[in-house]
Design a protein around this ligand. Structure first.
Ligand SMILES: Cc1cc2nc3c(=O)[nH]c(=O)nc-3n(C[C@H](O)[C@H](O)[C@H](O)COP(=O)(O)OP(=O)(O)OC[C@H]3O[C@@H](n4cnc5c(N)ncnc54)[C@H](O)[C@@H]3O)c2cc1C
Ligand SMILES: NC(=O)c1ccc[n+]([C@@H]2O[C@H](COP(=O)([O-])OP(=O)(O)OC[C@H]3O[C@@H](n4cnc5c(N)ncnc54)[C@H](OP(=O)(O)O)[C@@H]3O)[C@@H](O)[C@H]2O)c1
Length: 365
C-alpha cells in the first residue's frame, strides 16, 4: 500500500525556531454534490459478520436510504498500547517550534519526534509522554496523553515520525505562586536531539470515517486542533492508493486571539487548493463578537450556520468530531437542542443514536 506525500506547507513562522518549507503541489478534487433531504428519521441496527454498527436511515417520500457502515473501531490494522509505561518507546525530538505569536495568551508548540516506524498509529489516536525527572514523592512522573497532530505518514511523509501540538500550562495557584505543568513544560522546552519516552498509541474514538465521500465536521478549541490536522493532511496533502477524499471537510476552530490561530497557513492552503471540499471557519473569542455583541466561541460561529449544519447532521454519512476544552460540549449541545426541537426531535436521544453509529465523536478534556 504505497503512499506518497504530494504536498505540504510550512508551519507558521516563529521567532522561536525554524522549520523547513516544502513546496505545495496538490490537485483540486472534483466537488461532491451534497444532497440534503428533509424528512423524519428512524433508527435501526444492522449487523453482518459482527462488523456493522447501528445506523440511521432517512425516511423520505422515496425509498428509505439504507446505509451500512463498518465500525472504525473494529479495524484490524489499528494498533493500541504497543508501548507501555514500564517499557516506553524512546523517540528523539527532531523539531520543536512555537506556533503562537509572541502576544498570544499562552504558548503552543508543534513538535516532531522520530519513531523509526516502530510506533504505527492512525490519524486521531493519542500517545502518552513520560516527562523526565521524578514527582514530589521521588517516583517517575505519570504519563500524560497528547493527541497526535500528524497524519499516519507523519510530517515528513515517511511514516517514521509523530507530531504533537502542546500548550504550555502555566497558572497561578491560590497562594499566588506560579505553577508550571510538568509534562507540557517538559515538552515545550525539548530541544532537537533530546530523547522522549512515549507510550501507546491509544484511542479509537477519534479515528477517521472510512468513507472518502463523507461529510466530516471538525470542532476544535485550541490544541484540540491536533487530531484534525492529521485528518486534513491525509485528505488534502497526501496521495493514497486506497483513499481519495472527495467529500466535504468542514473545520471550526476556536482560539482566543488571531495570534493563537494554529496551523492557519496550512488550512488556508488546503482551502485554496480544494475550495469545493473544504470549509474553514474560525472563532476568535477575544477579538470577534456576533451581531448581538456576544463573545465569538466556536458554538457562536456554528450558530451562524445552524440550519445548514442541522441538515448535514441528518445525512447518514455525516460525521462530527469534537476535541478540546470540556466546556465546548455543552455550548454545542445547547444549539443542537434548539435546532432539533424545530423538527420535533429530542437532541439528547438523537445524539445517542449518532454516537452509536460513530457519527458523533467527542474527546474533550
Ligand atoms: C486524550 C487527551 C488528549 C490530550 N491532548 C492534548 C494535546 O494535544 N495538547 C495539549 O496541550 N494537551 C493535551 N491534553 C492534556 C494533557 O494530557 C495534559 O493534561 C496537559 O498538558 C497538562 O499536563 P502537565 O503535566 O503540563 O500539567 P500537570 O503538572 O499535570 O498539572 C495539571 C494540573 O494542574 C492543575 N491546574 C491546571 N490549570 C490550573 C489552573 N488554572 N488553576 C489551578 N490549577 C490548575 C490541575 O490540577 C491539573 O490537573 C490531552 C489530554 C487528554 C486526556
Ligand atoms: N483529545 C483531547 O481530549 C484533547 C486534545 C487536545 C487538547 N485538549 C485539551 O483542550 C484544551 C485546549 O486548550 P488550549 O489552552 O489549547 O485552548 P486555548 O488556546 O485557550 O483556546 C480555547 C478557546 O476556547 C474558548 N473557550 C473557553 N471556554 C469555552 C466554552 N465553554 N465553549 C467554547 N469555547 C470556549 C476560549 O475562549 P476564552 O479563553 O476567550 O474564554 C478560547 O478561545 C486543553 O484543556 C487541552 O488539555 C484535549
Amino acid at each position: 500500500m504505497a503512499t506518497a506525500v504530494t504536498a505540504a506547507v510550512s508551519l507558521p513562522s516563529s521567532k522561536s525556531s525554524s522549520f523547513t518549507s516544502f513546496s505545495s503541489k496538490t490537485s483540486i478534487i472534483s466537488p461532491e454534490r451534497i444532497n440534503l433531504v428533509r424528512g423524519p428519521l428512524y433508527y435501526r441496527n444492522v449487523s453482518s459478520g459482527g462488523k456493522l454498527v447501528s445506523i440511521r436511515a432517512q425516511v423520505t417520500t422515496e425509498a428509505p436510504a439504507k446505509v451500512e457502515k463498518i465500525s472504525k473501531k473494529q479495524d484490524e490494522g489499528v494498533v493500541v498500547n504497543k508501548y507501555k509505561p514500564k517499557d516506553p518507546y524512546i523517540g528523539r525530538c527532531l523539531l520543536n517550534t512555537k506556533i503562537t505569536g509572541d502576544d498570544a495568551p499562552g504558548e503552543t508548540w508543534h513538535m516532531v519526534f522520530s519513531t523509526e516506524g516502530e510506533l504505527p498509529y492512525r490519524e486521531g489516536q493519542s500517545i502518552g509522554v513520560i516527562a523526565d525527572g521524578v514527582d514530589k514523592n521521588g517516583k517517575p512522573h505519570k504519563l500524560r496523553l497528547y493527541s497526535i497532530a500528524s497524519s499516519a505518514l507523519g510530517d515528513f511523509g515517511d511514516s517514521k515520525t509523530v507530531s504533537l501540538c502542546v500548550k504550555r500550562l502555566v497558572y497561578t495557584n491560590e497562594k499566588g505562586e506560579l505553577v508550571k505543568g510538568v509534562c507540557s513544560n517538559f515538552l515545550c522546552d525539548l530541544k532537537p536531539g533530546s530523547e522522549v519516552k512515549i507510550t501507546g498509541p491509544v484511542g479509537k474514538e477519534m479515528l477517521m470515517p472510512k468513507d472518502p465521500n463523507a461529510t466530516v465536521i471538525m470542532l476544535a478549541t485550541g490544541t484540540g486542533i491536533a487530531p484534525f490536522r492529521g485528518f486534513l493532511w491525509k485528505m488534502f496533502f497526501e496521495k493514497h492508493e486506497d483513499y481519495k477524499f472527495n467529500g466535504l471537510a468542514w473545520l471550526f476552530l476556536g482560539v482566543p486571539t488571531s495570534s493563537s490561530l494554529l496551523y492557519k497557513e496550512e488550512f488556508e492552503k488546503m482551502k485554496e487548493n480544494h475550495p469545493e471540499n473544504f470549509r474553514l471557519d474560525f472563532a476568535v473569542s477575544r477579538e470577534q463578537t456576533n451581531e448581538k455583541g456576544e463573545k465569538m466561541y466556536i458554538q457562536t460561529r456554528m450558530a451562524q450556520y445552524a440550519e445548514e449544519l442541522w441538515e448535514l447532521l441528518k445525512k447518514d454519512n455525516t460525521f462530527v468530531y469534537m476535541c478540546g476544552l470540556k466546556g465546548m460540549e455543552k455550548g454545542i449541545d445547547d444549539i443542537m437542542v434548539t435546532l432539533a426541537a424545530q423538527d420535533g426531535i429530542d437532541w439528547l436521544e438523537y445524539k445517542r443514536q449518532l454516537k452509536k453509529a460513530e457519527q458523533w465523536n467527542v474527546e474533550v478534556y
